[in-house]
Design a protein around this ligand. Structure first.
Ligand SMILES: Cc1ncc(COP(=O)(O)O)c(C=O)c1O
Length: 395
């Protein structure tokens, strides 16, 4: 069903632009939106064969849809994955992947520095399903192997992490997984497939919140899990029963967005590095964390795994919680919003918002300090971004 133009070179940018579903009888250039819940069959035999999976075709949009197929195929090509399934949001992808892989009595090893909602699944819902989770901190990865139990199903990691922008060595984690015959599941949301392909470093499954840089314009929610065919098959079977699928409209928007992912992400990264260098030299900034700054504790690993440093810069404003809040109050152009990966630069202060109720030891393990600000660097002119942050720091 997916048609790719015949091109000699299958480079990332070309695949992003030229991967598309079959054109209709109208020979349109831009892919149409297939806003339909169901699909029709010629006769009872075709319907039987389709439901029996003897015939490959779309049956019902909870299972698959042409626009969703196109988005999924593009991400698989970008990640070097065998198969994928697209979801209504990043958290639908995270939850459905966990729900498919885990049984009551299982155990997971995860980095403690993961997205708040994912952490919420581990702490609030896993216990009620008798699933246990053991954590390792960003600075004690050497403990990972000792946390593995006979009932451990997978190691879970984000790299770079949200919101601390720490970097984990995927090849190291994957070697441990292979040794113990368990899976490595990586949330690649901060990097996007343009900057980093976890499968190359041994990941079995890769998860994305497509809401972030994949959309890149703060419009729609989406998520996707890609990886080994047999694992995706199980995720598909779970999802076709439970209904977390991506909508055709969002898939249409997101598939178009992927066409410009490379150019957008290049510019995001250029702006982010310039901002990080500016902040590093500012007297009111205690520290800056950006994967491609030489001062980043995992700079060498970031260089090995990522093409560029991404669009998220974390830094500590001198003066703790109150200084963090005052900084946000003094911001004039950038947005105060919970989202990230938008064309518009966004600043957040985790200690007074998303992590206000999180225990101190959990925050410390996740690298979240009182005056820490997370900046999702956008596509405004970098001089204007720097000017806004500078006047807020000097305020
Ligand atoms: C690293 C990471 N994973 C998953 C998610 C969840 O994505 P969504 O908001 O699309 O459900 C987010 C959202 O910020 C995230 O930052």
């Amino acid at each position: 069903m997916i048609k790719t133009m015949k091109v000699n070179k299958k480079e990332f940018e070309t695949l992003a632009v030229r991967t598309q579903i079959e054109t209709s009888q109208f020979s349109e250039h831009s892919v149409p939106l297939y806003l339909t819940s169901g699909f029709v069959f010629d006769d009872a035999e075709e319907m039987r064969a389709s439901f029996a999976e003897e015939k490959q075709r779309d049956l019902y949009s909870r299972y698959s849809n042409p626009n969703v197929n196109e988005f999924t195929e593009k991400v698989c090509l970008m990640e070097g994955a065998e198969a994928g399934f697209a979801f209504a949001s990043g958290m639908a992808a995270v939850f459905s992947t966990f729900a498919t892989l885990l049984d009551a009595g299982d155990h997971v090893v995860s980095c403690s520095s993961v997205f708040g909602a994912t952490h919420g699944l581990f702490t609030k819902y896993f216990p009620k399903w008798n699933i246990e989770c053991s954590y390792f901190g960003i600075n004690d990865v050497e403990r990972v192997e000792s946390l593995i139990q006979p009932n451990t199903k997978f190691i879970y990691a984000e790299t770079p992490t949200n919101p601390g922008v720490d970097v984990l060595d995927m090849a190291y984690l994957s070697a441990i997984c292979k040794k113990h015959n368990i899976l490595l599941v990586v949330d690649n949301c901060f990097a996007t497939p343009y900057l980093q392909n976890p499968i190359k470093f041994g990941a079995d499954l890769v998860i994305h919140s497509a809401t972030k840089l994949m959309d890149g314009q703060g419009r729609v929610l989406g998520g996707i899990t890609v990886g080994k065919k047999e694992l995706i098959r199980e995720i598909y079977l779970f999802s076709r029963l439970t209904g977390p699928a991506m909508s055709a409209f969002n898939a249409w928007v997101l598939s178009k967005s992927l066409e410009t992912l490379a150019v957008r992400v290049e510019k995001h990264c250029e702006n982010a590095l310039k901002l990080a260098l500016f902040l590093e030299a500012h007297p009111k900034v205690k520290w800056v964390k950006y994967p491609f700054l030489k001062s980043h504790p995992k700079y060498e690993i970031a260089k090995k795994q990522m093409k560029l440093g991404g669009n998220i810069v974390a830094f500590e404003v001198d003066g703790g919680i109150e200084a963090g809040k005052s900084f946000l109050n003094a911001i004039k152009m950038c947005s105060l919003s919970a989202n990230l990966g938008d064309t518009r630069t966004i600043v957040t202060h985790p200690a007074s918002t998303t992590h206000a109720k999180v225990e101190q030891d959990v925050k410390t393990a996740a690298g979240i300090t009182d005056g820490m600000v997370r900046c999702s660097v956008g596509l405004e002119h970098v001089d204007d971004i720097i000017q806004d942050l500078e006047q807020a720091l000097n305020n």
